[in-house]
Design a protein around this ligand. Structure first.
Ligand code: GCW
Length: 665
């Protein structure tokens, strides 16, 4: 989107945007026009000419094109639906960007400009794309005072004080960035919600944002605090079965739609970490969700009801709680409710097995919630390219309908025939000049968008494209740095939580190591709960000799994961309590393996610094230096993680460090 200059451009690249035609007029088409002008200036330092006699680029909705003049596959394009587009060559070798809607054209135009930047020609068979997931949303955990929960890149970009009258350029840049990767929804507010956002004063502000985002195809959503009828409506209760409460939500929803006729819907976190919810009234999650669903249904909105429900009153393994609560409700939700499930059962760890709810509720559409912000992966300073983590989960086979029942098929609705499909990513952006703190964390925002559009996309392609669009097209830079990106998440797993360890981060802020943390007010808010280290071994027994969380998965997985010798080692300590001297596949015992993983993570973080230093001169000085300083922080802190964890666990294993592992200082 920077449209940096293209050196040694080929003719097709220049001619591709030199003269163009856009059929029709609308705010969205005006944005496309603006992008083409920007691209011409940026790529080639010229001004593309519009509506010349024989334009080489034609951008048009099907309904605005004279099919007698051009040959194209009408049915195929019509089948691409609302957001899809095609890019192809006409018989006279014009490039045609065609779609059924203006938003489809916007996506197609961005795609085309990205091809030009990367130097990739439109293939002769053309490009036909449409998103596999209808609602592709960012979740901002942004508070109204502009702090951001688990946000590490400055403050919230929503300047509520200046809204509604001032529309900051940053909002438009944000909308451009999202549209360029297919994101079509934004939940403006934190799931730990403040009911104030539903007041008339705030709705005016929300409307201003919605108006600004509309031409970019981005719908606005809000988090709804369950107790709002009490806080705003002065009712005595928020019981979802109470008629006054139901009416209050109906009225409120109508008001929201008066301001924002295409409002997307509500996102709700209830009965979790102190948030109010239907439990307060002895009601179920379905009762709560359906009440809102009924209020919003007449306007075409949806309810994204989060499954991140766990409570101190349930002494059972936290892993099991959401499944236990939601599975019995399968089939009880209204058809405009989608249940929003985190990728894993605990909480956005560097690695988790997929959430057992995927596959367990065939009658209910389930959406994926990924975290883009790196709450548990070193915040903004540690480089971790997250596409491989997202891809790993999406590709996991749940076996619900036998082999081939991957999580991605549940999310896109294809496995159970649901048309309501969505994906949410907890945003990592803020007021930092580069949006995301670490320059490379822009890649995670990008990757999220790409996987929401197509959950079958692969990480390698995402990294390759992102690097080429962001830095340059120089393979001596792209090849090694792409490899570095692709390995970076595993590197973080190695120096933080190898072999299935989890939630051993320091208390509250979750940044550094804290496997010793016992001081939380709740058993499940301590680290020792999750690793269970003792002289007998380490790991959480979730097999049938322990909590049997494993019983929530399908048969094939129960038998493979239930066996200490056949479970993939990456999940070993998640499901098993393993003796220190137990031999793993490489013939070394558990302790040695643990130590070697930690050392590997450190070695890789250090090697990244050296590699990056060798890239000096290949990209601009500013981003080079910024990234280098963050990588040095990461390398130093990987040592901190290794030393802390090995010193801590070593008290239990009482074994010496294997050769090749540096002793802690
Ligand atoms: O990951 C945990 C975070 C909380 C967050 C919660 C959630 C918004 O530590 O900060 O609250 O998850 O997802 O609701």
């Amino acid at each position: 989107m920077q449209y940096y200059p293209i050196e040694n451009a080929q003719n097709w690249q220049k001619e591709g945007i030199a003269e163009y035609q856009i059929n029709g007029t609308s705010p969205t088409l005006a944005i496309i026009n603006d992008e083409i002008k920007r691209a011409g200036k940026g790529f080639f330092n010229f001004e593309p000419a519009k509506n010349k006699k024989n334009p080489k680029l034609i951008i048009s909705k099907l309904s605005d094109l004279n099919s007698a003049t051009f040959q194209f596959n009408k049915e195929k394009i019509a089948a691409l639906g609302e957001d899809g587009f095609s890019i192809s060559k006409s018989q006279n070798s014009e490039t045609l960007i065609l779609a059924n809607t203006d938003i489809g054209l916007l996506y197609g135009s961005f795609h085309y400009l990205q091809l030009i930047q990367k130097g990739s020609e439109v293939p002769t068979e053309g490009i036909f794309q449409s998103p596999k997931i209808k609602h592709r949303v960012l979740n901002h955990w942004d508070n109204l005072d502009r702090t951001v929960e688990r946000g590490y890149s400055g403050f919230s970009i929503w300047n509520w004080h200046r809204l509604p009258r001032h529309i900051d350029q940053q909002y438009l840049d944000y909308a451009r960035a999202n549209a360029s990767i297919g994101i079509n929804g934004t939940v403006l507010t934190n799931v730990n919600a403040n009911s104030l956002v539903l007041t008339t004063e705030y709705l005016e502000k929300v409307k201003a944002l919605a108006d600004a985002f509309r031409p970019y195809g981005i719908k606005v959503y809000l988090t709804a605090r369950f107790s709002s009828p009490i806080e705003l409506g002065r009712l005595k209760t928020a019981d979802p079965l109470n008629e006054d409460v139901q009416n209050w939500w109906k009225e409120k929803t109508k008001e929201v739609y008066d301001y924002i006729p295409d409002f997307g819907g509500f996102v709700v976190k209830a009965d979790s970490e102190g948030q109010p919810g239907p439990h307060n009234y002895g009601r179920t999650q379905a009762d709560g969700a359906n009440m809102l669903a009924d209020a919003i249904a007449p306007f075409g909105g949806i309810v994204m009801w989060r499954a991140f429900v766990y409570s101190e009153n349930t002494p059972d393994d936290r892993h099991k709680q959401a499944y236990n609560e939601f599975k019995p409700l399968d089939g009880e939700f209204r058809n405009n409710v989608i249940v929003q499930v985190k990728n894993g059962a605990i909480d956005f760890q560097p690695r988790e097995p997929f959430h057992p709810m995927f596959g367990a509720m065939p009658q209910t559409p389930l959406m994926m919630e990924f975290q883009i912000t790196q709450e548990y992966l070193g915040h903004d300073t540690h480089l971790a390219f997250l596409a491989p983590m997202y891809e790993e989960v999406l590709k996991e086979d749940t076996f619900v309908n036998g082999k081939g029942s991957e999580v991605a098929k549940i999310i896109d609705g294809s496995l159970d025939g649901h048309s309501l499909a969505a994906m949410a990513g907890v945003a990592n952006i803020g007021t930092d000049r580069n949006w995301t703190g670490h320059h490379f964390h822009q890649a995670n925002w990008y990757a999220y968008g790409k996987l929401a559009w197509n959950p079958y996309e692969n990480s390698e392609k995402i990294a390759d494209d992102w690097l080429r669009l962001t830095f340059n097209n120089d393979d001596t830079f792209i090849t090694p740095i792409k490899e570095m990106m692709l390995k970076s998440r595993e590197m973080v797993v190695n120096y933080m939580t190898p072999l299935g360890l989890h939630h051993i981060m320091a208390e509250s802020h979750h940044y550094g190591p804290g496997p010793w943390v016992t001081g939380g007010s709740r058993a499940d808010w301590t680290s020792t709960y999750y690793h269970q280290a003792s002289e007998t071994g380490v790991g959480f027994d979730r097999t049938n000799s322990g909590s049997n969380a494993l019983g929530q998965y399908f048969e094939n997985l129960q038998s493979v994961w239930g066996n200490i010798n056949s479970i993939p080692e990456k999940h070993l300590l998640w499901f098993h309590h393993v003796p220190w001297d137990h031999k793993l596949q490489n013939g070394e015992n558990l302790w040695n393996n643990l130590a070697m993983h930690y050392q590997k993570g450190v070695d890789e973080a250090r090697a990244n610094v050296t590699l990056w230093e060798s890239m000096k001169g290949k990209i601009d000085q500013e981003r080079f230096e910024h990234t280098l300083s963050f990588m040095k922080i990461q390398a130093e802190e990987s040592v901190w993680w290794r030393d802390a964890c090995l010193l801590y666990f070593g008290q239990f294993s009482k074994m010496p460090l294997p050769s090749g592992v540096e002793p802690p200082k």
